[in-house]
Design a protein around this ligand. Sequence first.
Ligand code: HEM
Length: 468
Amino acid sequence: MDSQSRAQDSAPASRSLTSATVEPLLTRDFDARPALMHERLRSQHGAVAPVDLLGVPVWLVLGYAEVLEVLRNDQGVWSKRVTDWRALSEGRIPADWPLLPTYGGHSCMFQEGRSLTELRAAWSAGLRPFQDRSRPQARLLEAEVRRYADELISVMGEDGGTGWADLSAQYARPLAILVCNRLIGFDAGNDEMLMDMWRLVDAGPDAAEALARLHATLSDVVDAKRRHPGDDLPSAMLAARPDYTVDELAHEMILLIGVVGELVGSLICLTAVEVITGNTGARAALAAGMLRETVNRVATANPPYAHLTLRFATADTALGGTHIAAGDPVMLSVSGAHNDPRFADAADPSSVHSSRAHLAWGAGPHHCLGDELATTLVTIAVGRLFERFSGIDLALPADQLPWRSSPIVRGLRSLPVRFQLHEAPDGDDATDSDASGQRETPAEASEGSERSGSAISRLVRMLLRQGN
Ligand code: HEM
């Protein structure tokens, strides 16, 4: 009998979250090696462990089957509505708890039932032109992203094609900002906006102020889109669901900044690290030209959305041998589920294609709506990087990389690398065809080039001013 089964068998049927001895989840060890922390919790408690999340007790779900069970929510027991949190409704969560602005979100990610169905339908309709790679807007977006990537790489190599760079601040983050700007249809997005998202997601002391700033900026944008629709996501979502209020759609756009700015940005860095270090078969997949497979391997080994926002039990229930009382919060650990031996040991290391049964995109009624787009963005970003660089290496030992301290995202504060660019940028290939190999029309190319050129030079000037 393994340690997990022992822990489950010996687990009292009705451990109470409030009386359980809980240890803090967010520690230096957790930031650096979350897998070790998961392992320890798993051997002590089994698939469901009580932990302290910045002073608040929550159940951390670490078992693959248990995470999947909650995600699928076949019995309708689990809710993402913060109003279903018993401790909150009983006034036991401090009003200034730094995760409250995130977990109490208003976007579709925090809805259930009919409003979830409606909001997801609007997201799907709005994203389709940008995500369905047979559509002209999707092809144009891909070409633009390639140009953004190429220009950012050229800026990095301005001092003679060789040197040192922070791939997070100088590549992944600005690229994500440019994509957000393009999708939202404005050019006012900047690094400060992404930093606000970072403050929100990492539960900084000023998370509430950061949310207020984001909401104010995005409300103005949405208001303008209602009056003057454009070829962008908010306009497409408004067309699909005309009764969106400005407030509602602004919250969906905050979600967009989160998923593109945070998650896509992080996955670009995580993929670069895995390819450079040669772990997890990512480098071999890239060398074989299998970019989407590279991304799949990294999303499995190091899911950027590592710990999902809370879900609450709407009735007493059992999960992985643990009694969960109605109103208790559970935090699903995607990275813990991927390290669960019941999932990890089933992988065939010799297989050319890695499993698609991972949970990096979630599953069930809240399954990610932008996984295709996210994969495309990351493949372009990482593909351009490794095509344009003739040499690239970490400027720090891999075990000294500065991980963010985040209860949600697995990401790096910075990604210092030494690089060498190929002598002649292969600009023709870079800009004339999209990720699917389709060539764009001259009109698309010149329109995109004008837009991206001005946006990138503004952004790069700003980053240089900030000393990035
Ligand atoms: C690497 C990038 C991304 C990762 C790892 C990721 C992962 C996820 C996961 C795990 C969920 C489920 C959350 C839960 O069940 O609590 C989710 C939801 C969602 N994702 Fe993504 N995502 C990424 C990028 C994107 C992009 C680019 C978009 C759209 C532009 C997007 C749109 C959404 C939306 C709208 C939801 C909410 C769905 C709902 O709650 O019903 N995601 N994402």
